[in-house]
Design a protein around this ligand. Structure first.
Ligand SMILES: [Zn+2]
Length: 440
């Protein structure tokens, strides 16, 4: 015999719990399932996630008598409920806890359901306003955890996309305002059930009814002149006011459609609260109010630009001063070497400089000037970055900078390269750079 479940949410969407008789049980790969003769649980469908909740056996006081239901699906005329594998309060049952014929109490998670009702009705109302104001057709709907989306397409009489026509953010915001006016008018929301497409098509729906039988038509406002009317099997509150609000977040192009990101009811409120908290934190961090924040950030940006300019000039001056230092030292070394040579001594170690007030990148222009005047070799160390710059003159008996980096720096974790006259080596830390310098 075909299993049939009476869907109690269709008669009373506010029913939170009901007694039911289990008509079938099954063990499937993803857990234990049961069907019942009646249920207040909405099964997944029409873009709406299924209800969640609990099932409690007759022996309510016994341990493990209550199980969580985490998924509800429609199969033919029956509604099947899955027992949650494990949760905070219970462990996974090791055998099916229910038997066919057993009477149980099915209770839905009302907060979860009411959010879904708010969101579904909010989507209808916003889509209805976009249709009424601009003639944009809702061609796709997604209800996610953090937002909902609808895909709006502008179509000609043949149903082809009107090229280049999109829903701008301004248009979406105007539709949002119009949707909220509908909500605040607190219009009634009716759900009418029809056996056939012909009967349902007599309703003033915004889109042709695409189903053949067992059709529910949701109407916001008067049935003769509705604020919105469309076919939908989801759950909706009895009045528009219960939606509370609709909030558009953003729009983006999606193929030949415009995707509108938005939410409704408690979820929209939570989103606004979260953004308010971010804005308040940002304003506090900048010692100002949210209203003054844009001007403050703009002024700050101008101040930063000026500081960057000053810093660039300062670093250039510092690099030039260091270049002068190096050139003076080179001259002193040259004259003392000449004296040593005359005295018969030999050897020419590179001159080592350590700079902590500029970055290695700031020294690149000064480095080019140094290359023109250098005699012997110079090593410029930047310990904050663990970077070493090497410079040498062209003579054959002076340091080959590139070769030294390539052949000797690797042993100290150094990477980099260059040519005979200049090279750059980067070390994993200061200590490695120091040890490399000692070997030279
Ligand atoms: Zn709906």
């Amino acid at each position: 015999m075909e299993l049939t479940t009476s869907r109690l949410y269709q008669k009373d969407v506010y029913l939170r719990a009901a007694e039911a008789v289990i008509t079938a049980t099954e063990k499937r790969e993803d857990g234990y399932w049961f069907a019942a003769d009646r249920t207040p649980f909405f099964p997944e469908g029409g873009g709406q996630s299924s209800d969640i909740g609990t099932v409690t056996g007759k022996n309510e006081k016994a341990a493990g008598a209550t199980h969580r239901i985490d998924l509800v699906l429609e199969e033919g005329d029956a509604v099947w409920h899955r027992l949650a594998a494990s949760g905070e309060e219970e462990t996974a049952p090791d055998a099916h806890p229910f038997k066919t014929g057993e009477t149980v109490t099915l209770a839905i998670d009302w907060a979860h359901r009411f959010e879904n009702m708010q969101r579904h009705a909010g989507e209808h109302i916003l889509s209805g306003r976009i249709w009424a104001l601009y003639g944009g057709t809702n061609r796709g709907f997604h209800m996610g955890e953090d937002y909902m989306t609808i895909d709006i397409r502008f179509e000609d009489a043949d149903g082809n996309a009107v090229l280049g026509k999109t829903l701008t953010l301004d248009m979406a915001m105007a539709a949002e305002h119009a949707a909220n006016e509908v909500i605040w008018e607190d219009l009634p929301i009716h759900v009418d059930y029809f056996e056939t497409n012909e009967e349902a098509s007599a309703m003033p729906t915004r889109k042709p009814v695409a189903f053949d039988e067992d059709i529910s038509i949701v109407t916001v406002g008067d049935r003769e002149e509705p604020a919105d009317c469309c076919a939908c099997c989801g759950t909706h509150p009895s009045t528009a006011g219960q939606v509370g609000l609709v909030k558009v977040y953003r729009v983006e192009k999606n193929k030949d459609m415009t995707r509108v990101y938005f939410d409704a009811g408690r979820k929209a409120m939570a989103h606004i609260d979260a953004h308010m908290a971010i804005l308040t934190d940002l304003a506090n961090a900048n010692s100002t109010s949210p209203e003054e924040l844009p001007a403050r950030l703009h002024a700050e940006e101008e101040r930063h630009a000026k500081m960057r300019e000053e810093l660039t000039a300062f670093r250039k001056a510092a690099a030039d001063a260091h270049l002068a230092e190096i050139l003076t030292a080179l001259e002193q070394k040259a004259s003392s070497e000449q004296a040593a040579e005359e005295a018969g001594a030999a050897g020419s170690a590179p001159l080592v400089f350590t700079f902590t007030d500029i970055a290695s990148g700031d020294f690149s222009k000064a480095g080019k000037k140094l290359q023109k005047k250098i005699r012997g070799s110079v090593l410029a160390a930047f310990p904050d970055e663990s970077v070493l710059l090497l410079y040498a003159d062209k003579s054959a008996d002076s340091l080959d900078c590139g070769a030294v980096v390539k052949e000797q720096a690797a042993a100290f974790g150094g990477r980099g390269g260059g040519n005979k006259e200049s090279a750059r080596a980067m070390f994993p830390d200061q200590e490695s750079m120091k040890r490399f310098l000692e070997t030279l």
